[in-house]
Write a protein that binds this ligand. Structure first.
Ligand code: HEC
Ligand code: HEC
Length: 407
């Protein structure tokens, strides 16, 4: 099981030459899934004396201990998070998630100072308790009076969207490429009209914790756009969702040698309706199912690389992606424009509302026409019940992804 992210890079320069103090996994309050049978890779951390002065600086602002980093690089994952997922993972082969860099990313993600007027952080619109979604249809930007043009997106499992492109319309080439776009965006965090990245960097240089954290993560204090992007990307790629009820049940039946790796087996603890919904989700329409898994692919429930749009509007030409469906029930608005406000509406749409257009995916066509699933009310409810089993309460409360700021 050679998973890319298990090969940890040692980016905290100056630590390599020193004797490592080996710690177990977990570090600073990292919650690990209970349904795991994988082994831990110890995370080397520098000896305590190395970081005492730096800790004194950052602990004025942050609940962090540089001698005891959270485990982002090698979390314990269920057995089915194995090498079969490597081909989906958009983590650059030469830049695996690193604990020190991801820790810097955590600080950046929650720092309102990254907006021009200290009002807005990434976490303002990507709230952990909501699966990193926003509870508004269109998010309020730093000004308080301008709104994003699209609904926000949950962030769990973004590393497993194989094309790596970010935003609903896939306009950012990678997680890294996406990361400074909201910072610059004139609605979201505002720097484009206020001096751009150079002005942001000048501001960050004046915040005592950043020179320390950049040196800790990268070996010297230089703050650059590429380093900001890389740290946010490490943090976001660590947001793996693997502890929903679906995961806990699948972990009990998973068999790498069974047909479809036992994804179609009966899941222990599922109600009759949840199990029915699971079968509908997994089974193609021409075999009596609803065909959802062909695009929203388990076990990560990220979108298939070759998925095209799902026919929300007649004549649609844009090819949209979707975030992973893990924790989808924490969202209050669904689709790129947040047009639906319940999962019942979503399922009803797939049942009878799919519209034709150039971007419509063939998987949602029957012959030349958009699909009509003709599901009973009970079957539609079963699909909703199944979607609720994808809720990951662990990701929503894991302190590795929580606000590290004291104030
Ligand atoms: C004002 C609200 C707001 C802020 C602040 C914000 N975002 Fe977003 N985020 C959004 C919206 C809205 C979208 C969808 C936009 C679109 O597709 O056009 C989005 C999309 C994303 C995506 C794409 C996910 C995917 O699966 O394609 C990522 C990643 C992301 N944001 C990360 C960040 C990071 C990192 C920050 C901070 C640097 C941040 N966001 C700040 C609202 C926000
Ligand atoms: C052809 C691939 C495809 C199939 C099949 C498919 N979907 Fe989707 N799904 C998408 C795309 C693409 C989006 C994003 C569309 C947009 O916002 O423009 C999406 C969005 C969603 C969303 C909203 C996600 C969010 O964060 O707002 C849910 C929920 C969903 N699909 C559930 C289902 C269910 C349930 C089924 C089966 C009945 C299904 N999908 C079948 C491609 C597909």
């Amino acid at each position: 099981m050679a998973m890319i992210w298990r090969h940890r890079g040692f980016a905290a320069a100056g630590t390599l030459a020193l004797a490592f103090a080996l710690t177990g996994c977990g570090g600073d309050g990292s919650a690990t899934p209970t349904n795991t049978n994988t082994t831990q890779t110890p995370t080397p951390t520098p000896p305590a004396s190395t970081n005492a002065a730096d800790n004194a600086v950052i602990q004025q602002f942050l609940r962090l201990d540089l001698n005891s980093l959270a485990n982002y690089a090698a979390p314990a994952l269920p057995a089915y998070y194995d090498s079969t997922l490597d081909s989906l993972d958009n983590t650059p082969a030469n830049d695996p998630v690193d604990d020190a860099i991801a820790t810097l990313g955590q600080v950046l993600f929650f720092d309102k100072a990254l907006s021009v007027n200290n009002t807005t952080s990434c976490a303002t619109c990507h709230q952990q308790a909501l699966g990193f979604d926003d509870n508004e249809q269109f998010s309020t930007g730093f000004s308080g009076s301008a709104f994003t043009a699209a609904h926000a997106m949950r962030l769990g499992n973004i590393r497993y969207y194989q094309p790596g492109e970010m935003f609903w319309d896939r306009r950012a080439a990678s997680v890294e490429d996406q990361a400074t776009q909201p910072i610059l965006n004139p609605v979201e965090m505002g720097w484009q009209d206020s001096g751009g990245i150079p002005a942001l960097i000048a501001k960050m240089q004046g915040l005592n914790y950043y020179p320390v954290l950049f040196r800790f993560a990268y070996g010297d204090e230089a703050i650059t756009e590429a380093r900001i992007e890389r740290a946010l990307a490490h943090f976001e790629r660590a947001m793996i969702s693997a502890d929903s009820r679906w995961d806990r049940a699948y972990a009990q039946v998973f068999n790498p040698n069974a047909p479809n790796r036992a994804l179609n087996a009966a899941f222990p603890g599922f109600t009759t309706s949840e199990e029915r919904g699971k079968q509908l989700f997994m089974t193609p329409p021409n075999a009596g199912g609803a065909g959802c898994a062909a695009c929203h692919v388990p076990p990560t429930f990220t979108l298939a690389a070759n998925s095209r749009s799902n026919g929300l509007d007649a004549g649609e030409t844009t090819v949209f992606k979707a975030p992973s469906l893990k924790s989808v029930s924490r969202s209050q608005f669904f689709m790129h424009d947040g047009r639906f406000t319940s999962l019942e509406q979503v399922v009803s749409f797939y049942n009878s509302g799919v519209q034709d257009g150039p971007a419509l995916d063939n998987r949602l066509r029957q012959g030349n026409a958009p699909q009509q699933l003709n599901l009973s009310a009970a079957d539609q409810q079963a699909l909703v019940d199944f979607l609720l089993t994808l809720d990951d309460a662990t990701l929503a409360s894991d302190t590795r992804f929580s606000d590290p700021f004291i104030n």
